[in-house]
Design a protein around this ligand. Sequence first.
Ligand code: ZN
Ligand code: ZN
Length: 376
Amino acid sequence: MDCCGQHHCHGHALTRRQWIWSTVLSSIGAILSGGVGPHGSTAAAQTAETTSAALDVLRKSISVDVHTHGGTTGITSQAPPNDTLANGMRAGSLAVACLADVPDAPILGRNTAGVLAALRTPDPGQLYKYHLGRLDWVDELVTSHGLRRATSAADLEAAHAAGQTAIVGDVEGLDFVEGKLERLEEAHSRGVRHVQLVHYTPNDIGDFQTGGITHQGLTSFGVEVIQACHRLGFVCDVAHATEDMTKQAVKVATKPLLLSHTALSGSPAMGPTPLTQRQVSRDHARAIAETGGAIGIWHFFPSLDKYVDGLKEMVDVVGVDHVCVGTDQQVAPGSLQNYSQWVHLVAAMLRGGFSPEEAGKIAGGNYMRIFRAAVG
Ligand SMILES: [Zn+2]
Ligand SMILES: [Zn+2]
């Protein structure tokens, strides 16, 4: 399915509200005229200058949050779809959100150790039914709430050129598949273009970082799933997979792999964190980079400047062509809880020493390379 089925793509003149660059431009105007910060101060002028440079990066290259749930009223909430996500993306000039449905959400909770886990075994078909309900939710979101669903690189390019915010349909954990590859085909036909193999619920695909080891990595069915992702045209995301599973997936993959949300093991920028099991070693990260893929860094840092330090930690290991941004918002607390901060994250990258070209790669260019190879 292409962009049709939405209001905005049949030649209507763009309203100012649809134009994702406008909001930031007017706020820069406010800074320069002294409406924000001390009137005429050097600090205010510098802030305006880096924000303007960041905006230039976001105009030139398509920016992507490679893993998100779309905020507190997003896809994992009970709320019906609304305009909040599109409005936030416009406010921060974020072009694309990979919006992830969480099929095992109905059975997740904190275990006795306070760690997120599947608290019970799902009934057969339960998570599939929930997943189908979330696909309906996304249909309504893209029909009525200012977001275009992109199913090809050409769609993403057209949306960016028109200043329209877009989503890539994403699924965090293939727990709904239950051995039936035709359900993956169905997800593709419903507009999903990005899937993550494992999450918090034991499945027949492979082992996940926060669970017991039951498969010694990737299963033979997991191999079939990766081949199906390549054949059908999905970005294949190995976030949450164990290092063993990841390395086995790398051997099977014939297209670049994504690891959408994590940080480097022992990240000084993160500091002490309950998320150490979800961080990745240098070898784990390098294995992803070797496929031509990228590692997304989540937003669990105390500030945007620390977030940039977290990006640098990973760039030091795998290089600037293999790092991207996968916030995992609405999961809190994080430094990018609101998409109006997106342009300020890019400004922090520039302040932190990344060139505009490097910031453009991290903010979306690297994901676009993977998406083009995997989806077309
Ligand atoms: Zn996750
Ligand atoms: Zn997530």
